[in-house]
Design a protein around this ligand. Structure first.
Ligand SMILES: CC(C)(COP(=O)(O)OP(=O)(O)OC[C@H]1O[C@@H](n2cnc3c(N)ncnc32)[C@H](O)[C@@H]1OP(=O)(O)O)[C@@H](O)C(=O)NCCC(=O)NCCS
Length: 124
């Protein structure tokens, strides 16, 4: 069994500025439709949720990089951060270009200023 991990932290303000400046172009480059629906449902706190998903994708990239042939094998939009009925986040990833059998787990947290994410990958 092999375990790799990745972590990332981001300022919520950075994501807020990106969204305010570039609008849908920014959103559609980074986030899937379901992610946008989830975050937009959070009203005032939506930028925290967007930032957490941005951090999660960076954390996943760090953890998954040993399994990529080419760093462009994984992109913002071929991974998606969703939540189960209890609110626990999970990552849906297009694994077409990953030959190893891997399991991915993530954890997110956010406050007004910062969002943080961790990813753990277990190679079976
Ligand atoms: C779910 C809970 C942990 C979230 O913590 P919080 O301080 O409100 O918020 P954080 O910023 O730390 O975390 C938010 C993220 O937690 C994640 N989360 C929510 N429910 C979760 C769950 N059941 N399991 C794991 N992660 C969860 C989500 O990813 C959420 O972010 P998102 O909505 O953008 O996806 C908290 O509301 C809770 O229920 N705590 C229970 C505490 C408790 O009972 N303690 C006593 C025993 S230790």
């Amino acid at each position: 069994m092999n375990i790799t991990c990745g972590t990332d932290i981001i300022e919520v303000e950075r994501i807020k500025k990106g969204i305010e400046k570039f609008g849908e172009k920014f959103l559609n480059e980074i986030y899937t439709k379901k992610e946008i629906e989830y975050c937009e449902g959070k009203n005032e706190a939506k930028y925290e949720h967007y930032a957490a998903r941005f951090a999660a994708k960076e954390a996943i990239f760090k953890a998954i990089s040993p399994y990529l042939q080419n760093k462009y094998d994984i992109t913002w939009k071929n991974m998606e951060i969703l939540n189960n009925k209890q609110g626990r986040p999970y990552a849906n990833i297009n694994k077409d270009k990953i030959r190893d059998n891997i399991e991915i787990d993530i954890s997110l947290a956010h406050i007004k200023e910062y969002a943080i994410a961790n990813c753990t990958i277990n190679k079976k």
